[in-house]
Design a protein around this ligand. Structure first.
Ligand code: NDP
Length: 323
């Protein structure tokens, strides 16, 4: 038996209940790992509330790091005791779990389990957003919404390292300081200021090449007005709620814009891409271009507190659960 967070139906943070569950031996192609650190992400909230459909009961959690303690039949390239990390299959909020061996990556020796547990979902997302969805280069003007958040904090740092001029929106003065320290040249308190007007002022009317928007409903369609003609709107999340359906001719009116709604899971569907992207994330961490900030640590039993803090905008950077 292992302790795991279980959810029996959609709801608020209170539906995250700690229970003892059976952990069978790993099946063919699986590894069993004991978690040392577990990442908490906004997607865990979408699963908990039912915004992203799941089968009940389930254990939330899409990102973690730990050690291999058993191997199923046919697993090659992994050994007992290996330090590993992963992203992308429900079941993370648990002391230990079984997982497809093909989804594991080995942690560089110099990386802590905590780094491993927060570099996968958030780090790989920042990687594809900056290097694949839009190839950010020196001199680009990029707008990052929620620039002090888990993904946003990495986007600010990495964006600056690529030579971009980063403008970040943030929910408070404290978050503005964090985003500026991370590399945002300008911050906008979008709860109080009109962010479109501020972007116009800051860029002297030239507007942005790309907008990274993980906020959703609250920043749409205004985000489109922050883009220069032919600019790219990247809607990668909906922390404030999903964007309503819109008439595609809006993109014409706003300057022949491009828009995309990408997902990490399409980007890492092939093992080769997962490895390349992880390698790139590890590189920027090793070279000091990106520093992952864990600003909230909770015990597994405190998962509800972590969720409550995340969805009420009280957090910055990354959050982890420690079993
Ligand atoms: P964050 O740490 O960024 O937390 C969300 C932040 O959004 C809050 O801190 C808050 O920052 C801002 N926000 C604005 N309006 C609201 C609101 N009404 N309710 C709650 N938060 C609000 O979370 P993550 O880093 O885990 O995720 C960021 C986004 O990225 C999410 O939308 C997530 O779904 C998405 N994502 C998408 C992926 C993909 O591949 N498509 C992969 C990974 C994440 P502030 O106070 O500064 O406004």
């Amino acid at each position: 038996m292992v302790k795991a967070v279980r959810v029996h139906g959609p709801g608020g943070p209170e539906v995250l209940q700690i229970e003892d569950v059976e952990l069978p031996p790993p099946g063919a192609g699986q590894a069993q790992i004991v978690h040392r650190a577990i990442g908490v992400n906004y997607i865990d909230i979408y699963h908990r509330t039912g915004a992203y459909p799941v089968d009940y009961p389930f254990t939330p959690g899409y990102e973690g790091a730990g050690e291999v303690i058993a191997l199923g039949e046919g697993v090659r390239g992994l050994a007992l005791g290996d330090r590993v990390a992963y992203v992308g299959s429900l079941g993370g909020y648990a002391e230990a779990r079984n997982i497809a061996a093909a989804s594991l990556v080995k942690l560089p020796r110099s990386f802590s389990f905590e780094t491993g547990a927060v570099m996968m979902l958030k780090g790989l997302t920042a990687q594809y957003l900056l290097r694949r969805t839009f190839h950010v280069k020196k001199g680009d003007r990029i707008l990052v919404h929620a620039g002090a958040g888990g993904v946003g904090h990495i986007l600010c740092q990495w964006g600056r390292a690529l030579g971009a001029r980063v403008i970040a929106t943030v929910g408070s003065e404290e978050k503005a300081l964090i985003a500026r320290k991370a590399g945002a040249k300008h911050t906008i308190l979008y709860r109080y200021e009109n962010f479109v007007e501020r972007v116009r002022e800051i860029t002297k009317g030239r507007l942005c090449d790309v907008v990274y928007d993980g906020v959703g409903k609250a920043t749409f369609p205004a985000s489109l007005d922050c883009l220069r003609p032919f600019g790219l709107f990247v809607s990668f999340g909906s922390a404030s709620g999903p964007i309503d359906a819109f008439d595609i001719s809006l993109l014409t009116q706003k300057g022949s814009l491009f828009a995309t709604r990408p997902s990490l899971f399409a980007h890492i569907a092939r093992r080769r891409d997962l490895e390349e992207m992880t390698h790139d994330v590890a590189r920027v961490i090793k070279e000091g271009e990106v520093k992952l900030e864990v600003s909230g640590r909770y015990r597994l039993e405190e998962a509800a507190q972590a969720h409550a803090a995340l969805e009420t905008r009280q957090t910055t950077g990354a959050l982890v659960l420690t079993p």
